[in-house]
Ligand binder design. Sequence first.
Ligand code: FAD
Length: 281
Amino acid sequence: MSDLRYERPSSLKDAVAVLGAAAGGARLVAGGTDLMVASHYGRMNAQVLVNIKHIPELNVLGPTADGGLEIGAALPVYRLYETPQIVKTYAALAEGAFNIGSVQIRNRATVGGNLCNASACMDTGPGLLVLDAELKIFGTNGYRMLPLKNFFKGYKSFDLAPDEVLVSVVLPKPPADLRSGFEKLKRTKGHDLALVNAAASYVPSTGVLKAAVGACSAIPLRLPELNVAGKSVADVEAIFVENALANICPISDVRSCSEYRRDMTALFCQRLVARLLGSGK
Ligand SMILES: Cc1cc2nc3c(=O)[nH]c(=O)nc-3n(C[C@H](O)[C@H](O)[C@H](O)COP(=O)(O)OP(=O)(O)OC[C@H]3O[C@@H](n4cnc5c(N)ncnc54)[C@H](O)[C@@H]3O)c2cc1C
């Protein structure tokens, strides 16, 4: 820890220059709620710590030119559920963010840190997956866009080079009748990581139903999307549950056994179908 250098570059370009010069020995820090825990347990493994929380491009929150929404990677997650447009239009994301840790954690933790910590039980991942989020990434070679569904590669592994920064999350223009929601189960009623979480989105005019499940495989898992146009709610529920159980592969660990995770995934699928298709809410 004593050899650790701290940098606070004032621009995105300078941040990437520091990352490039460190040749893999630097770690970005935003809210620090994951990184400081890793540091405490001797798992940070870095010579340079690069603070990016103040960089303007990482703090945007506003419409895109084509009617979508851009969310800066360094925005604290409370901003997601305190922004009326997100609550109304992208409910699965607002509900996921509201379920992260405690008030203190949500004031500090960022959406970019949540995605780049790459925990399978992250609470923003499932909502962003069913809302077709894309990631804006900046590195030595400039900007690139990447669909979130292609970002996660395996346990704690994701598509971001050592000299790249996640700048923002971009949500596409929502269909006028988009509905979405999020469910989470934890061991205690207070703050705890999910033993299962799940999100779904549904567009009645097209019949397209999307789902993602967390904590039931090595990554937050986007399930194959379904077209349920013309089907009864009972049929949709059965197909939706079958689709989820055929794709997840939960393990048993300190939070839950695998069987309970499967049962809770099925329950969340039923609840999400009831919420999004059943009552029309
Ligand atoms: C008590 C407690 C309770 C928690 N409860 C929950 C919970 O219920 N649900 C949940 O999902 N999480 C929970 N967490 C985990 C954590 O708060 C979140 O993952 C948080 O969103 C991380 O954001 P951060 O800004 O603090 O990340 P940091 O700790 O700053 O960074 C995390 C990782 O992401 C990298 N990183 C950060 N920003 C970027 C970027 N823009 N580009 C590239 N890489 C980046 C860092 O290098 C680091 O590897 C909890 C943590 C604690 C300590």
